[in-house]
Write a protein that binds this ligand. Structure first.
Ligand SMILES: [Zn+2]
Length: 436
């Protein structure tokens, strides 16, 4: 870290609803005041516009990034995603790709995210005896080291075929955590592993041994998903693991909200859900709050009807993720919190542009900032406060609301007080250093 001193003047800070000056020195925010006299080595005039801490991307797959890119037209894109084909393409790719390609694509993704103002990431990474054990996550760890002054990254290893189906499944999760991974990941305990109880027990045993958080993909639909989330809540309580468990996606929550009944849109959710008893959602939200659970929803796949306000009112943090970037599963998402929020404002809508209201835009903003920090468990050092790391983004719009609607330019992005990107582009010197 250099000792450069930057002063950002006339900065609107949303949490304070105030225009202030900020001083960044020795990697920290050393002062926030209505006016700072001392001049910095670098002076930035925010012109009364929004200045915010970096975005948190709570769910990203760095180990497949850009596999559909690099040609005139997106690859694997003549139809919608075929998950069967995507799974075998994934295993084939991760078995044959050159390690440096995996690493470079992850670095490229980290740089692109940082240029968009994202300074914290939780990335899910495949491990499995069918894809070379921990060889993929080893490349991701190497990419993280290269990106250490650009973006903070947590890794959640997941056994691609299901932790119980892979003879080395448990061992690979243990080894990944020993190598430096942070979070126990996984997917769909009731279908991929065919034994919800034993899968949850296995994940929790491994996590408690390493004092790691847990963040599985819960993609089961309808009542099965609801059942699994209740089991996850039960296990969280039993293990006193409140605050350390996140359920990614949880599409079933959208189906619990009962929206399909008052909208009467055929085909929006499975017909068998029409009979869900009233009050089920409220009871579930209360339970998740009591258990200390957290959730993530990703803009490429989130569903209308996700009960984001209900969870927010119960103080259950819901973070945002960009999920898959230009790979064979999702070709059209970018690692961009403002894109995510705008897509969500359209997608989550259920009644006359309700998700573009100011309270909704506020919630969408918090999903990719403070809620994301809560999901990652970094809330104690996150935010524009004196003493916190100097992770700061300067926008060209006056508020989060306009930043989302007008897809603001990220004029300057600072990580630990160092300038990493300007006007949406990574500082050229940094790109050269990391990618040659
Ligand atoms: Zn995912």
């Amino acid at each position: 870290m250099g000792t450069e001193h930057t002063v950002i003047r006339d900065a609107y800070v949303y949490d304070r609803d105030a225009v202030v000056d900020l001083s960044l020195r020795d990697g920290r925010i050393d002062r926030i005041a209505p006016s700072i006299d001392e001049r910095g080595d670098r002076e930035i005039d925010a012109d009364g516009n929004l200045v915010a801490p970096g975005f948190v991307d709570s769910h990203l797959h760095m180990d497949k990034a850009y596999t559909a890119a690099g040609e005139r037209f997106p690859k694997y894109n003549e139809t919608g995603t075929d998950f069967g084909a995507a799974t075998s393409l994934g295993a084939e790719y991760q078995n044959t790709v050159a390690p440096e390609t995996l690493r470079d694509n992850a670095i490229r993704l980290g740089l692109q995210a940082a240029a968009n103002g994202t300074l914290h990431i939780r990335a899910h990474v495949n491990v499995g005896s069918d894809i070379g054990g921990t060889s993929v996550i080893e490349q991701m760890l190497s990419a993280r080291e290269a990106l250490q002054d650009v973006v903070d990254i947590q890794f959640a290893p997941m056994v691609t075929t299901g932790v119980l189906n892979d003879p080395d499944g448990e061992e690979l999760l243990h080894r990944s955590l020993e190598l430096g991974a942070d979070v126990v990941g996984g997917a769909d305990p009731a279908t991929r592993n065919l034994d919800t109880g034993t899968t949850l027990d296995t994940w929790f045993d491994i996590a408690t041994e390493h004092d790691a958080q847990i963040d599985p993909h819960i993609q089961h639909p309808s009542t099965l998903g609801v059942h699994v989330l209740h089991r996850l809540a039960e296990k969280t309580e039993q293990c006193h693991y409140g605050g350390k468990v996140t359920a990614s996606h949880s599409y079933c929550l959208a189906e619990m909200s009962g929206l399909e009944r008052h909208l009467d849109r055929p085909g929006l959710t499975p017909a068998e859900l029409k009979g869900l008893p009233d009050g089920q959602l409220d009871r579930a939200v209360d339970r998740f709050a009591d258990a200390g659970m957290k959730f993530v929803t990703c803009h490429p796949s989130t569903r209308p009807g996700m009960p984001l306000f209900e969870l927010d009112q119960a103080d259950v943090p819901v973070g945002w993720g960009s999920d898959n970037i230009s790979d064979w599963i999702i070709r059209h998402a970018q690692p961009d919190a403002l894109q995510g929020a705008l897509v969500n404002a359209f997608k989550l809508d259920y009644n006359l542009y309700s998700f573009a209201s100011n309270p909704a835009l506020d919630l969408l903003w918090r999903m990719s900032t403070e809620n994301g920090a809560a999901v990652l468990g970094i809330e104690d050092s996150y935010g524009l406060e004196e003493g916190n790391p100097a992770d700061v983004v300067v926008f060209d719009e006056p508020s989060p609301h306009w930043a989302i609607i007008r897809q603001a330019t990220r004029r300057y992005v600072f990580k630990g007080g160092q300038l990493v990107a300007e006007d949406g582009e990574v500082v050229p010197e940094l790109r050269r250093q990391l990618l040659g």
